[in-house]
Design a protein around this ligand. Structure first.
Ligand code: NAG
Ligand code: NAG
Ligand code: NAG
Ligand code: NAG
Ligand code: NAG
Ligand code: NAG
Ligand code: NAG
Ligand code: NAG
Ligand code: NAG
Length: 329
């Protein structure tokens, strides 16, 4: 291990790249004013930190960046409880490693804490170690490598997410319903349910036990049962989970329908059926008539025939009559 001052300094002598160098950066912008702290100090601080929080688990994450990349390099990290964190970015470049400016930022604020820079071949490593103990330290941490083009790698620290229901829950007046809110990535310290009054979140009064029952079979989920639903219960319900490092929430939409609403399609069906039956009956009557009409025609024809026969008879009779008359005369 060696301590070469000014890895980034323009006047720094080129160092053998294969030599592994650990360099502590105190203030990147004022490195010329103050000599960089020796790696010993930073390692000492690091050991001190690890000793102090030795009972915390270590979260170790890395990102890999390249010189001319245009894609955003990021990693989402779910953190449930305080942890020691070790973030490493590696940057591969064909250029001079000495001319690369390395900085770290938290939510775009320059980090002036100690971080390490390590060069191997044409790869530049930088590592930042710290401890997250409260919600203020959550957020995004980014490493920057500034050459001609700035490259950035971002680690986003978040508390576990909750999963309610994406689709609205549809119920009827008088029914009861159960909402479930789950946390797959951890176990919250506390769960709370809220309903919305306008834009204000109102904690649900569990004491109204004839209305709400809150239970959880596992600590990683909570259930809210709402009974005797009325139209006033319609709206948005939120579940909140409190973790050591912050809170997380999700919401569920409740729609309460009156029985008239489900009755409407039923009535529509009834109306349709009535209409259909009426149409069928009409058709039946029509076809019946059509069936009868040919018979009517035959009968008519027969009658006609009879009539014509009769008329023939009459015609025949008339001359006969006349004949008779003439005979009589
Ligand atoms: C590195 O960054 C600092 C602060 O942003 C700037 O003052 C300095 O000129 C940069 N050095 C190089 C070599 O780009
Ligand atoms: C770690 O130790 C500190 C005190 O030494 C204690 O307050 C904290 O709860 C411990 N954390 C865990 C995760 O055990
Ligand atoms: C980066 O992390 C991944 C897993 O998260 C691991 O497989 C890989 O070896 C790590 N790379 C370096 C350079 O540490
Ligand atoms: C990280 O989370 C954000 C939103 O929370 C999402 O847009 C992004 O795609 C995630 N990134 C990765 C690498 O999963
Ligand atoms: C420094 O580089 C060496 C060689 O690849 C690597 O094993 C080591 O993990 C690096 N150190 C840090 C702090 O990144
Ligand atoms: C909740 O925890 C139980 C056991 O602790 C596990 O079986 C279950 O899968 C977990 N549920 C979720 C949603 O993570
Ligand atoms: C959970 O949160 C509610 C509301 O903030 C609070 O009244 C209750 O005491 C908390 N319970 C626990 C076990 O922390
Ligand atoms: C909703 O808020 C209004 C005024 O902010 C209040 O008068 C009303 O009682 C509240 N309703 C419920 C159900 O809390
Ligand atoms: C529930 O109501 C009883 C009295 O009716 C009261 O003593 C108790 O503190 C209430 N509990 C909560 C959680 O509001």
């Amino acid at each position: 291990m060696c301590a070469l001052p000014g890895l980034r300094g323009p006047g720094a002598p080129p160092q053998p790249l294969l030599l592994l160098c650990l360099l502590a950066v105190v203030r990147p912008s004022s490195a010329d004013d103050h000599p960089p702290a020796s790696p010993f100090t930073s390692l000492h601080a690091r050991e001190e930190m690890l000793a102090r929080y030795s009972n915390l688990s270590l979260e170790s994450h890395n990102l890999s960046l390249t010189e001319y990349s245009n894609v955003a390099v990021e990693k989402n990290i779910t953190l449930q409880r305080p942890s020691n964190v070790e973030l490493t970015c590696q940057f591969t470049t064909s250029g001079d490693l000495n001319s690369v400016n390395v900085t770290w930022r938290k939510d775009d604020e320059l980090i002036e804490d100690n971080y390490l820079i390590n060069a191997t071949g044409n790869i530049l490593y930088t590592q930042y170690m710290f401890t997250i103990i409260d919600s203020k330290q959550m957020g995004s941490y980014s490493c920057f490598f500034q050459e001609e083009k700035e490259q950035r790698g971002t680690f986003n620290f978040k508390v576990p997410e909750l999963h309610g229901k994406n689709k609205p829950v549809i119920t009827y007046v008088g029914d009861s319903t159960v909402f479930i809110c789950k946390c797959q990535e951890g176990v919250p310290l506390n769960w709370t349910w809220y309903s919305m009054n306008g834009s204000v979140q109102v904690p649900l009064d569990v004491n109204m036990s004839d209305k709400y029952v809150i239970s959880g079979t596992n600590a990683n989920e909570t259930r809210l049962k709402i009974m005797h639903l009325s139209e006033e219960d319609q709206g948005t319900y939120w579940c909140h989970a409190i973790f050591q490092l912050g809170k997380s929430e999700d919401h569920i939409e409740l729609v309460v329908l009156t029985y008239l609403v489900p009755l409407k399609p039923f009535l529509a069906i009834v109306a349709e059926v009535v209409l259909l039956v009426a149409i069928i009956l009409l058709c039946e009557m029509y076809t019946q008539k059509k069936k009868n009409r040919p018979d009517d025609g035959k009968e008519f024809e027969q009658i006609e025939q009879l009539k014509s026969d009769d008329s023939n008879g009459i015609e025949n009779n008339v001359p006969r009559y006349r004949k008779n008359e003439s005979v009589g005369q």
